[in-house]
Design a protein around this ligand. Structure first.
Ligand SMILES: [Fe+2]
Length: 172
């Protein structure tokens, strides 16, 4: 059990938590990408898979800079989000609705990461680890950007779907 006494202890725990979370995200993203209908959404999830590999490498660099290894930590929140994500993938909703469900779930994952990286960036700054601060900020920026792209796709999908339904109603 990692004992937290100092801000550095807390920071190491935060980084280790993010490391385990990213490892779990790396496993669920290909499943998400394989189950979506929209080509744009598929591409976004595939891009985020590649970014996630980079996020892990960046965390490894931060640990190297600190001269330590990640703590063996299980991110219980991400474990739960991944489990819930698998049940989203099993739903038999029509394709566009399933896409919206997958986007909604992926956004929850992104928000967890944004919170974690936001805190880690602030902690790195206070600890005077300016190189690590920049490395973590680069990932934070990508997480925020991914979340925004997902929001745009969801809005477009919802709008288009609503129009299709309206048109179907007119034909009946
Ligand atoms: Fe990430």
């Amino acid at each position: 059990m990692h004992k937290i006494t100092t801000l550095n202890d807390l920071y190491i725990q935060e980084l280790s938590n993010l490391y385990n979370a990213e490892e779990r995200i790396l496993k669920i993203l290909p499943l998400m990408a394989a189950n979506v209908y929209s080509a744009e959404l598929k591409e976004t999830l595939e891009n985020h898979f590649e970014q996630t590999q980079l996020h892990l490498e960046r965390l490894e660099k931060v640990f190297r800079n600190k001269g330590i290894n990640p703590l063996r930590r299980k991110c219980a929140v991400m474990e739960g989000l991944v489990e819930e994500g698998k049940s989203v993938l099993r739903t038999s909703a029509e394709p566009l609705i399933k896409d919206i469900a997958i986007i909604s779930h992926t956004k929850k994952i992104e928000h967890y990461e944004i919170a974690g990286y936001g805190c880690a960036v602030a902690q790195a700054k206070v600890l005077g680890e300016f190189e690590n601060q920049d490395i973590l900020q680069a990932t934070l920026d990508e997480e925020i950007e991914s979340e925004e792209i997902l929001t745009e796709i969801a809005e477009d999908t919802l709008t288009n779907n609503a129009i299709e339904e309206w048109e179907e109603e007119q034909v009946l």
